[in-house]
Design a protein around this ligand. Structure first.
Ligand SMILES: N[C@@H](CCC(=O)N[C@@H](CS)C(=O)NCC(=O)O)C(=O)O
Length: 136
């Protein structure tokens, strides 16, 4: 692993830990931030999930997102990546993904509309030969 990738991974781990900590702290004051799943933004996320066989909600600098993309590249399976860090509605979409999947971290990987989890989850499924079954 190169120096940049190493620090990138550390940065991602810290930002993921910070976001989990923040959500726990918020939880003390506000049991759950309201997310309107009937709002147009939630509908947009649902439409994006259905927009391709494989949809990856990603951040362009995230090593786990790169891992997920590599897995699908290895399978020669095309995917749509939505780079949330390049959008103004990044936080809003992550909150909605949190509501839908139970986690707000990136990547959030969907295959045929089903959330398979994050980068490590997809890699584990690939290593076990289970991911391949979705495209058989
Ligand atoms: N085990 C998870 C780790 C994912 C993770 O730590 N992602 C970081 C970015 S690299 C994250 O979501 N940080 C919080 C954020 O960006 O909002 C996976 O494999 O997907």
């Amino acid at each position: 692993m190169g120096l940049f990738a190493f620090f990138n991974t550390i940065y991602c781990q810290v930002s993921a830990a910070f976001s989990i900590l923040l959500s726990k702290v918020m939880g003390v004051f506000n049991s759950k931030l309201p997310i309107d799943m009937t709002a147009p933004k939630a509908q947009l996320v649902k439409d994006l999930i259905k927009s391709d066989t494989v949809v990856i909600f990603s951040k362009s600098y995230c090593p786990y997102c790169r891992l997920a993309k590599e897995v699908f590249d290895n399978l020669k399976q095309k995917f749509t990546a939505i780079e949330l860090d390049q959008r103004d509605d990044c936080d809003e979409i992550q909150a909605i993904l949190g509501e839908i999947t139970g986690a707000k971290t990136v990547p959030r990987v969907f295959v045929k509309g089903e959330c398979l989890g994050g980068g490590s989850d997809v890699k584990a499924l690939y290593d076990k030969g289970e991911l391949q079954k979705y495209f058989a």
